[in-house]
Design a protein around this ligand. Sequence first.
Ligand SMILES: NC(=O)c1ccc[n+]([C@@H]2O[C@H](COP(=O)([O-])OP(=O)(O)OC[C@H]3O[C@@H](n4cnc5c(N)ncnc54)[C@H](O)[C@@H]3O)[C@@H](O)[C@H]2O)c1
Length: 367
Amino acid sequence: MTSEIISSKELKKIDPVFGQHSFDDHEQIVFCNDKDTGLKAIIGIHNTVLGPALGGTRMWNYANEWEALNDVLRLSRGMTFKSAITGLNLGGGKAVIIGDAKTQKTPELMRRFGEFVHSLSGRYITAEDVGMATADMDTVREVTPYVTGISESKGGAGNPSPITAYGVFMGMKAAAKFKYGSDILEDKNVFVQGIGNVGEALVEHLVNEGANVTIADISQDRLEEIRAKYGATIYGGNDIYSEDMDIYAPCALGATINDDTIYKLKASIIAGAANNQLAEEAKHGNILQERGIVYAPDFLINAGGIINVYAELENYDRQEIMRKTENIYNTTLEILDNAKVNNLTTHNAALNIARERIETRKRENLK
Ligand SMILES: NC(=O)c1ccc[n+]([C@@H]2O[C@H](COP(=O)([O-])OP(=O)(O)OC[C@H]3O[C@@H](n4cnc5c(N)ncnc54)[C@H](O)[C@@H]3O)[C@@H](O)[C@H]2O)c1
């Protein structure tokens, strides 16, 4: 079974957990409930062959539980392949907390969540994702050691977003090398959609390289701030997917490459930070391949964040973090070449290599 975005109506037609579209052989799914703090969370542990399942916690106001479950399943599965292809000894996991991070997140709720994480004895290690900050991980750290992404003052590696952005930049340059024969992005028209923590740092790299950067976000304040800081152009139209551009960098939420957008896209490269950019991996991966659009697989190029938090577990320093993140350039080029030679979608080429690493380790573990 593959991972795909699907409507709540469709989700409800199939078995609630093991039959879900994105289940894809998850090892364990934990439903966490605490009446006193209002905590409702789901932890997905997709695969632990390479190591403990590490992945962030997302707090989001899901329309219903089906959407929360589908999201955690898609995200935890993605983490398995992200760590595998990056060469880290980590499995894939993720957690979602159902609720509004702005109004419902309290220290008590985070500590209770941390206790549930602790009850898994290290099979799952958490970190921050959308709706979470470093300070929240510090709160979780009060009740469990199975947390990363804590603040530097408390011995953590700090905010992973600038590292993630650097990895995306490396992946984008590799895609440019593959598509245009040069990785210099000067004068390329790049659209960055979502200028949050990662998007901003990516804009900075692009502007420094001399790219023509257009920015889009749902927050007008944020747009003004980033324009003032870096001189990027604010997107003024109403359908970004139809615009002329060289590179589309999705850095907001996932599934923006879908049935409604894919045939409109004029970009020759897609390279961004968002997780699960393809609404349906097989279908939309194929269409991009047919259309000659080079897609730098999201789970490959946005691995800077996990490289950064992994340093907390393995005690490697900033220099090693940067070296591993810079290597995303080489891995991306290899995957793009491999996809071309073997006539695969770039997504599948990356997935095959990640799966191969897991299978090899599984065989070794059995010996
Ligand atoms: N932070 C990391 O290290 C990291 C690592 C890997 C993957 N990612 C992924 O990268 C993406 C961005 O992460 P972040 O940490 O920058 O998040 P963020 O919350 O800081 O920023 C997201 C930005 O996207 C904007 N946005 C939301 N919906 C939008 C829409 N429809 N159109 C345009 N803009 C929209 C928001 O206003 C916000 O400015 C997320 O999908 C995240 O899962 C982040």
